[in-house]
Design a protein around this ligand. Structure first.
Ligand SMILES: Cc1cc2nc3c(=O)[nH]c(=O)nc-3n(C[C@H](O)[C@H](O)[C@H](O)COP(=O)(O)OP(=O)(O)OC[C@H]3O[C@@H](n4cnc5c(N)ncnc54)[C@H](O)[C@@H]3O)c2cc1C
Length: 458
């Protein structure tokens, strides 16, 4: 572990001192810029910290953590607002959106990015070198939050979780010191941050390995909602036969009447089969053939595409939007599980569920690929995620419909992925990890943050 900040100066204990110590803005709820500073993707998850520090650099994060420690505030970070918010009261939130440095080393095939970088900036910077990182379904997500939560990419069955490629983390720990932790040194802090996410520090930058991959054969096939049963059952039979070079998910979508969407999808219920294949496109087409025949196709965009265009596979909503979500992993997807999902989310149900998706897991997601980390949910065979929009006439139904999806697959549920678990109470989070990992995470957090200044996000 490298320590790069001497613990010398007096911590700023009032807001004016803090503002003088940092280069970025320091805001409280009465400031006009406060709400905008905290704006994010999920407008239903609006945090209300006592203090916001708009960090521009690691030194700003150091000052913020020292201020929190000295004043008894709990502290956490926010980059894009795609994820959860800090639990409880009396918070200082460090916003990282100004920390956007990106350094690509095309020879070593690594990227070092600041805490505020989004995936879209990484893929734009790596694509000219024929390289990529393991971006998820939406490149508007922040790199650090995604990696600390594991990072499930459409390419994950072949390459593992994105966290499995992290090499180095720069983090401000509870003592207000900037440290660099890396995989090779066997650091317990590195292990706990990568997969445990919260409770150990505020990450200021992260370095990870890149893959030689410029194009994939991929995209999505949209079927009408009326075909949901036949398509979901066809996918259930087909998905487990795929080689690890192939990734897939299927979703029942309730799409808004948005003129930005292609006309056959506007305001419709549709079933969306997503597919990626990193091998020969002709073989990819053969592999996908049974799904192309699963029902009448409304629209499809499966073709050879640059990895930088991977967003076109899931076509996630661009946001901002309000959403309530909850996700689990299941050990199997027998016919009864698909029928149970259709009963609560099928096209005949009036529902605020915008997306109910099933992602195929397995392959190299099952074990860390040489990078020790605490990513939970590796044993699951599928990830089931429900996302509802708490707006419009069915707003009050959003949470119960999300819960109904979880209940439908409860007999097969064996865990959850941290990035998809949704807003569960912090006391329920430890159940995501095995007993051994749970104990180890708790011990590391106690040792590195004995006063518990780092808040959990839920
Ligand atoms: C449209 C959409 C698509 C998604 N697709 C995928 C996907 O394909 N695969 C996947 O794995 N996940 C996916 N996610 C989930 C996403 O990875 C998590 O929500 C992740 O936490 C988002 O990180 P963020 O920084 O963008 O969000 P934020 O809300 O800004 O941060 C989320 C949390 O990350 C932690 N965090 C962020 N920055 C720091 C930091 N500097 N130091 C310490 N902790 C920090 C904090 O706990 C924070 O509360 C998706 C989410 C959305 C909304």
């Amino acid at each position: 572990m490298t320590v790069t900040t001497p613990d010398e100066h007096v911590p700023p204990t009032d807001i004016a001192d803090l503002a003088a110590a940092v280069r970025g803005p320091v805001l409280t709820p009465t400031d006009a810029a406060y709400a905008e500073e905290l704006a994010g993707f999920n407008v239903a998850n609006q945090p209300r910290p006592d203090v916001v520090v708009g960090a521009t650099c690691a030194d700003d994060v150091v000052a913020a953590v020292r201020h929190a420690r000295a004043t008894g505030l709990r502290v956490g970070a926010r980059a894009t607002g795609h994820g959860p918010v800090l639990e409880g009261d009396r918070h200082l939130t460090v916003t990282t959106s100004r920390m956007t440095d990106i350094t690509i080393d095309p020879v070593a095939k690594t990227a070092r990015v600041g805490a505020g970088v989004r995936w879209r900036d990484v893929v734009a910077a790596t694509a000219p070198h024929g390289l990529t990182g393991l971006v998820g379904s939406s490149s508007s997500v922040g790199v650090v939050g995604y990696l600390l939560g594991g990072g499930l990419s459409p390419l994950g069955r072949q390459y593992g979780f994105a966290a499995d490629h992290v090499l180095r983390i720069e983090v401000v720990t509870a003592d207000g010191v900037l440290r660099t932790v890396d995989a090779s040194a066997g650091s317990d802090l590195f292990w706990a941050l990568l997969g445990g996410r919260d409770g150990c520090g505020i990450v200021t930058a992260i370095e990870f390995g890149l893959l030689d991959l410029a194009t994939v054969y991929g995209g999505g096939i949209f079927f009408a909602g009326a075909s949901a049963a036949q398509v979901l059952h066809a996918w259930r039979r087909w998905a487990p036969t795929l080689p690890v070079e192939a990734g897939t998910s299927v979703a029942v979508l309730r799409l808004p009447p948005d003129p930005q969407l292609p006309p056959p999808l506007q305001g419709q219920i549709a079933v969306h089969v997503r597919f990626t294949f990193t091998g020969d496109p002709a073989i990819g087409a053969q592999i996908l053939a049974p799904m192309r025949a699963a029902g009448p196709i409304l629209l499809e965009n499966v073709d050879v595409m640059p990895v930088a265009a991977l967003d076109a596979v899931h076509m996630d909503p661009p946001g901002p939007m309000p959403s309530i979500e909850r996700g689990v992993t299941v050990s199997a997807l027998p016919p009864d599980a698909v029928d149970a999902l259709l009963a609560v989310a099928g096209p005949h149900v009036a529902s605020p569920l915008a997306i109910v998706e099933i992602r195929l897991l397995g392959g190299r997601l099952r074990a860390p690929q040489g990078v020790p980390n605490s990513v939970p949910g590796r044993g699951g065979s599928y990830a089931v995620l429900a996302i509802a929009v708490p707006a419009g006439p069915l707003a009050a139904e959003a949470a119960p419909h999300v819960a109904a999806v979880n209940d439908a697959v409860a007999p097969w549920t064996d865990g959850a992925l941290l990035n998809f678990v949704g807003r569960v109470p912090a006391v329920e989070l430890p159940a995501l990890w095995s007993a051994d990992d749970r104990d180890r995470l708790a011990e590391i957090r106690r040792r590195h943050d004995p006063a518990g200044i780092f808040a959990r996000s839920v």
